[in-house]
Design a protein around this ligand. Structure first.
Ligand SMILES: [Zn+2]
Length: 363
C-alpha cells in the first residue's frame, strides 16, 4: 500500500475497534448497469476496485490490502448485484492494496501479468520474515495510536473525523491480518503481452504496460463499456507517470506503443479508472503519452549536448516542462518521482549507448 502519512495533520479519534462496522465507510458507485467502482476511503488512502457483472459471472479488478479489508467490500458488492458467481479476479499489479484479498475468491480464476508471481513475493516475505513483520506491525500500531490521539481534535470537523474513524477501522483490521498472516494467492492465468477474456456480453482486453510503476502493471480495456481501468498508469489526476528502477528502453517504447494504441480513433474510452482517485476522462491519457515522448527526446538531447545528470534534472522539472503534472507535497508519496524518472531514463539511455571503450593498448 502506498501510504504517506502526514503525522502533523493526523487527527484522532476514539477507540474504533475491530467491532466497528466498516459497511458505512465503503463507497460503491454504479458507473453503468454492469460496472461498479468500489473503494474504502481514508485520510490519505483510496484504492479503486472495479466490479464487472457479466453474463459469465462477476469479475473484480484488484482486491485491497488484506482479506479482512476485502471481506466487507465483497459482501457489499454481492448484496448490490444480488449474485456471488465470481469468475475472474484480475490484479493490476502486486502492490498490496491490489492483490492481497485474492484468497477470498476461491472459485474464481486469478489473472495477472507473468511477472506478478515474482512481484508478489514481498507479500510473502512480509509474512514469513519475523523482523520485517514486527516492523510493519509496529508501524501500523503507531499509525493507529496517532489516529486515536488525533480524533478528539477534529470534533468540529465531522467529514474529517469520519475519515479518521474510517482509517481506524481499516488499519485495525489490516494490522490483525499482518499479525495473523494470510494466504497470498498467485495468479492461475498469466500472460506476457496481452490477453482477452470472453465474458459473453463483454470482453476484457488485458494489456501489459511495461516495467514502470511495478514489473507487472497491466491495463484493462472493456470496449462495450468504453472503460479503461488504468491501475497505476494513470495513478490519479496530475500524478507524473513513472519510469522505474526496473524499466529498460524496451519498456519505455512499450509505454508509448500501448498508449498510442489506446489513443487510436477506433478505441472508444469514456471513463478511465485510475488506481487511486475518482474516475478521470480520456483527456488524461494524451499528456501521459506526450510525457514519455518528450522525456525520451529531452534526456537524449541533454546527453548529446554533454549536460550532466544534475543539470538535466534541473532542466526537466514538471513546472518547467510538463505542466500537465504536479509535484506532490514534499515527502509524500511520489514527491521525488520526476527526479527519479530523469535518473532512470538517463541510466536507460546509457545502457543503450554505452560509453566508447578505450582502444586496447598496442603491444
Ligand atoms: Zn502500486
Amino acid at each position: 500500500m502506498v501510504t504517506a502519512f502526514h503525522l502533523g495533520l493526523l487527527v484522532p479519534l476514539l477507540a474504533a475497534g475491530s467491532q466497528a462496522d466498516p459497511g458505512p465507510y465503503i463507497h460503491l458507485d454504479r458507473l453503468s448497469p454492469r460496472v461498479a467502482l468500489v473503494c474504502w476511503p481514508g485520510l490519505d488512502r483510496r484504492c479503486n476496485l472495479t466490479v464487472i457483472a457479466s453474463q459469465k459471472g462477476l469479475v473484480i479488478i484488484d482486491t485491497e490490502a488484506s482479506p479482512r479489508l476485502m471481506a466487507p467490500i465483497k459482501k457489499k458488492i454481492e448484496q448490490t448485484f444480488h449474485r456471488t458467481d465470481w469468475t475472474y479476479v484480475i490484479n493490476t499489479h502486486a502492490h498490496d492494496n491490489h492483490a492481497s484479498g485474492n484468497v477470498l475468491f476461491p472459485g474464481a480464476v486469478i489473472v495477472g501479468h507473468e511477472n506478478l508471481v515474482q512481484d508478489m513475493q514481498w507479500l510473502i516475505r512480509r509474512r514469513t520474515d519475523p523482523d520485517r513483520k514486527r516492523r510493519e506491525v509496529d508501524r501500523y500500531h503507531t499509525i493507529l495510536r496517532d489516529l486515536r490521539a488525533a480524533l478528539p481534535r477534529y470534533a468540529a470537523n465531522p467529514p474529517y473525523a469520519r475519515l479518521i474513524r474510517s482509517d481506524l477501522i481499516f488499519y485495525d483490521l489490516f494490522v490483525q491480518d499482518l499479525q495473523q498472516g494470510y494466504e497470498v494467492v498467485p495468479p492461475a492465468l498469466t500472460f506476457s503481452d496481452k490477453h482477452t477474456l470472453d465474458l459473453g456480453d463483454l470482453t476484457l482486453e488485458l494489456i501489459f504496460f511495461g516495467k514502470g510503476h511495478s514489473a507487472s502493471d497491466i491495463l484493462i480495456y472493456v470496449p462495450q463499456e468504453r472503460l479503461l481501468v488504468s491501475g497505476a498508469i494513470a495513478y490519479q489526476r496530475y500524478r507524473v507517470p513513472e519510469i522505474g528502477e526496473e524499466s529498460h528502453l524496451e519498456d519505455v517504447h512499450r509505454f508509448l506503443a500501448v498508449l498510442d494504441r489506446l489513443l487510436a480513433d477506433e478505441v472508444k474510452i469514456e471513463h478511465v479508472i485510475p488506481g487511486h482517485s475518482v474516475p478521470l476522462p480520456r483527456a488524461v491519457l494524451p499528456p501521459i503519452r506526450d510525457y514519455y515522448q518528450r522525456m525520451l527526446k529531452e534526456v537524449a538531447a541533454a546527453r548529446q549536448q554533454g549536460l550532466t545528470l544534475d543539470e538535466t534534472t534541473k532542466l526537466l522539472t514538471l513546472r518547467a516542462k510538463f505542466p500537465a503534472f504536479r509535484d506532490p507535497p514534499p515527502h509524500t508519496y511520489g514527491w521525488d518521482h520526476q527526479e527519479r524518472n530523469v535518473r532512470n531514463l538517463w541510466r536507460i539511455l546509457a545502457e543503450d549507448q554505452p560509453a566508447p571503450q578505450p582502444a586496447p593498448a598496442q603491444p
